[in-house]
Design a protein around this ligand. Sequence first.
Ligand code: ADP
Length: 375
Amino acid sequence: MPQLPEDRYHGQYEWFEGTATTRLIINAALDAIICIDTTGIITDWNPQAEKIFGWTFAEVKGLSLTETIIPEPYRNRHRQGLQHYLQTGEGPVLNRILEITALRRDGKEFPVELSILPIHQQDSVFFCAFLRDITERKTAETQQQLHAKALEQKNRELEQFAYIASHDLQEPLRTTSSFVDLLRQQYEGRLDEPGDKYLVYITQAVNRMQVLINDLLRYSRIGRKITLVMVDCNLLLKEVLADLNTAIQEEQAIITTANLPELNGYDTELKMLFQNLISNSIKFRKKEVPPQIKISATQSEKGWTFAFADNGIGIEERYYERIFIPFQRLHTWHEYEGSGIGLAHCKKIVELHGGNIWVESVAGEGSTFYFTIQQ
Ligand code: ADP
């Protein structure tokens, strides 16, 4: 006959009269364990229950749950639930994990996660509840939700702003552009040399501004008015390669592809994504080395992971994240043309498909852009 441990619960447990081991386990449990009889009277209460509710077992023993840890608004429901189970044997809250509000001794309410187990012993029954204080988890969840909501709102505002700004900026720029054209037509050759040069600079700047504004406008439009369709990525790639044919021929690019999937997606946006990645691989090629691009896709649990690998100039690790921010570039216009919005487009498109995009690269040897598409 094992000896019961010399703790202050010694001998107080009618229900777990089984073994000292059972008692040790209950006392050491990380969850609060509370047992009640069929009238809702507390018959067992482990040290963890003392800790989270602030009552000692000696204080609550013989009291009803409704007088102690169940907040006022839920007391009737508890009594009715208990009655219902005793009459019908049905207990919708039994053997499930529930989240409810509990009451501490100091009157504070807090969220708990619990499961309730009916335990039948000979011809009687009692109920055992396993409870866990989930205040921290709930606070973190609420904060996360608030944060996500605020971020979503900010993004919407930013997109709205980008749309309005780029839309409205087009008008004065068009006026500037047509007057610069007029100036050039009527005064080119009649100005002195610096004058002609200034006109060229103004024209270049206006053209660049037009590209930037159009890019911004396109960026803010991604995700508006779209519908999911079945997209055959092999066909989509064929179209993209046809569109990029001139650049591919000029640079003698070699593009190899594995069999690509058919998936649920936004076709126009996916086309833009493929196009951006391939044209970047051609643009950021190594001098004197024909670009080689390998495109593949592997299925994962949540969808597809695509890889676009090239043998271009590569990217240093410290820029891996920056390149996906709108208008962030690692080169000047003179080295490589572009406005730095392409990868920002890609990121937005991938996120629209519930995925991520990232790059792995060895500077001087090549880069692989990966993205996932959720299915
Ligand atoms: P852009 O092509 O207009 O510069 P992107 O947003 O497409 O803008 O790309 C941002 C930057 O990321 C580029 O300026 C370049 O430095 C780098 N980059 C993108 N793709 C590649 C690539 N395949 N190889 C090397 N660098 C790349």
